[in-house]
Design a protein around this ligand. Sequence first.
Ligand SMILES: Nc1cc(-c2ccc3ccn(Cc4ccc(CN5CCCCC5)cc4)c3c2)n[nH]1
Length: 279
Amino acid sequence: MRIDVVSIFPEYLEGLRLSLIGKAIDQGLLELGVHDLRAFTVDRHRTVDDTPYGGGAGMVMKAEPWALALERILDAAAAPGSLAPRDRLGEADEAAPADEAAAADAETADAVTAAGKPVLIVPSPAGPVFDQRTAEELAHADHLVFACGRYEGIDQRVLDWAQERFECRPMSIGDYVLNGGEVASMVMIEAVTRLIPGVIGNPESLAEESHEDGLLEYPIYTKPASWRGHEVPEVLLSGNHQAIARWRRDRRLERTAEVRPDLLARLDDLDRGDREALD
Ligand SMILES: Nc1cc(-c2ccc3ccn(Cc4ccc(CN5CCCCC5)cc4)c3c2)n[nH]1
């Protein structure tokens, strides 16, 4: 998967290169391109915003720099190898060494285009709320592009213009207002990329996660068994795997009923044992 992020604060996204995602990039499981929107401005003052038509508080991000940045990303995706996997466009574009360019053969280019349009994710308070289902869906995409707005957002015509070139997805990460799209993009990139095989060490840990099957996760413990007068539940020390599985399921049901009854309402496959745990 290739991910491109456009922002006026590209350094915000450098955190993505740490830890697991950074390792996945080094292993070639992921490509991450972070692009400074100001590199695509066309005036001496590198202007990215202006006052809103119709009046109102704040500023709106101008359309042209966004179109130039997104076109550059599309062109690069159609001719891979022209962007080093860990590139940052805008400054001196790091032309890939000849051998890499040679490696980016027509077949790869076809794979990118044949796989359909890149997904353009535009974080916004006014989008559908991102959840684990959305993460699982996006984990199958070949190319994700994140447009990180600031100020009061991006001129609507960018989304209108982008429709034929991208699968456009305005996306909220929750019902609260941030100052821009960078943090929202990092949340979504982390939630999506950890689902890609090989990115996190132990795939089994993905199976029993909160929201994976609609229930929140069970409480977890590690050594010592007795800690400041707090004991690990006996069943977890018993080695009785059936009893442990039942205990964990019961805790998940209880926790979900207490913390997120809305999730429980969505569940339709509770068995008799589950219902007993909830009574
Ligand atoms: N889940 C979530 C995502 C975001 C998010 C994502 C991207 C951007 C880009 C800018 N902001 C700040 C912002 C956006 C909207 C308003 C409201 N304003 C009212 C008048 C008409 C224009 C819009 C205020 C400030 C963003 C905020 N917040 N929360």
